[in-house]
Design a binder for this molecule. Structure first.
Ligand SMILES: Nc1ncnc2c1ncn2[C@@H]1O[C@H](COP(=O)(O)OP(=O)(O)O)[C@@H](O)[C@H]1O
Ligand SMILES: [Mg+2]
Length: 336
């Protein structure tokens, strides 16, 4: 499939996943029904083509299977994965699957994070996060072609594709960078198309819980808080701000932690809202730890780390970075 066909195929998959907007009127509904059937037929054929080459244990629904096969076929070819065992988490933007690795990885299990294409297209706040970032191509190297940059800026369909790829490439490149810098992140193994293969954080088949679901003893809470601050500082030393850090994007295993979920990373220098985003990350971390009996001053902790790395505190945030559903963000909004 070429890029355009692939994009259409993704669109069809998304629709098959039930993302279609609510229909108005019976005629539209009937029309939609018949085109849905047509799409289903095409997808089914496509799935069968791929599944001749790659089969897995996990019993997926028909369209999920087509999506998985298409996302993972290359990764399987390259020995990153040998089998999909089960779905660990199904999200709106990405789903996580427990897989058996192929010969390229020496461990019992690996995790495959597979993005839904619609999710990437719906990243409303994408532009703000991308300020100061260099777009990356499928290999994770910086885009250098002016034509590609223009395509992104103009939002042509090719440009959209490059932009989606850049988003995934950012997550992967960030994990590689942080892993090499000694941060507590899952080891990244490979990225192809809309999927990332990484170390599975869990105990046997059981995935590690998110920190927000864990109650810590007092001493352990203190120790883990310090460890997270240390990780946030490693990120800063590598010129990266998580951008969506909270107890929901930290996994807890064997008394240790792993930071996850990096597609929205922000660069401290290039982005005028960087300090506020950084402070919000720290505030959310402190929100959790204060429920665990750790007294923490989010502002002071963030400011100390920030200035020690030579950054200036700029109390300005683009409103698009704020989530109106989140009380902490609301507070920032009111302060403006
Ligand atoms: N490497 C991993 N090992 C085990 N579980 C993981 C791993 N990465 C992600 N998860 C689980 O999958 C969920 C979704 O992953 P995440 O990267 O946070 O994507 P998103 O929040 O955008 O859906 C996480 O909350 C976590 O429970
Ligand atoms: Mg997450």
């Amino acid at each position: 499939m070429n890029g355009k066909q692939l994009q259409e195929y993704f669109d069809q998959l998304d629709d098959a996943h039930g993302d279609e907007s609510v229909s108005s009127g019976k005629r539209t509904a009937r029309k939609r029904e018949s085109s849905r059937k047509e799409r289903e037929a095409r997808l089914f054929i496509r799935a069968q083509e791929v599944s001749r080459e790659f089969r897995f244990t996990y019993k997926a629904a028909r369209f999920e299977e087509a999506w998985l096969l298409d996302s993972l076929a290359q990764l399987a070819d390259h020995q990153w994965i040998a089998d999909v065992l089960r779905k660990v988490k199904g999200g709106k933007e990405a789903s996580l699957y427990l897989c058996k690795p192929g010969g390229a990885v020496k461990s019992d299990y690996v995790a495959a994070k597979i993005y839904r294409p619609r999710a990437l297209r719906n990243l409303k706040r994408d532009a703000e996060y991308r300020v100061g970032r260099v777009d990356l191509d499928a290999d994770g190297t910086a885009l250098w072609k002016e034509a590609d940059k223009n395509a992104i800026a103009k939002r042509t369909s090719y440009g959209e594709e490059v932009r989606h790829q850049s988003w995934i490439a950012y997550e992967f490149a960030t994990m590689e960078l942080l892993s090499a810098a000694g941060a507590d992140v899952p080891i990244p193994y490979a990225m192809e198309k809309n999927a990332i293969v990484m170390e599975f954080i869990g105990d046997g088949l059981q995935p590690a819980p998110m920190l927000n679901a864990v109650n810590l003893g007092h001493a352990e809470a203190r120790r883990l808080f310090d460890r997270i601050v240390h990780n946030v500082d490693i990120m800063l030393s590598q010129d990266r701000i998580h951008g969506d850090l909270s107890a929901y994007n930290i996994l807890y295993l064997n008394g240790g932690i792993k930071l996850i979920d990096f597609p929205q990373v922000v660069l401290p220098q290039g982005n005028p809202s960087a300090w506020r985003i950084f402070l919000r990350d720290m505030t959310r971390v402190c929100d959790y730890f204060s429920t665990q009996g750790v007294h923490c001053d989010a502002y002071k902790t963030a400011a100390d780390l920030w200035t020690a790395r030579g950054h200036r505190i700029v109390e300005k945030v683009h409103p698009r970075f704020l989530d109106p559903e989140n009380p902490a963000d609301r507070k920032m909004w009111d302060k403006r």
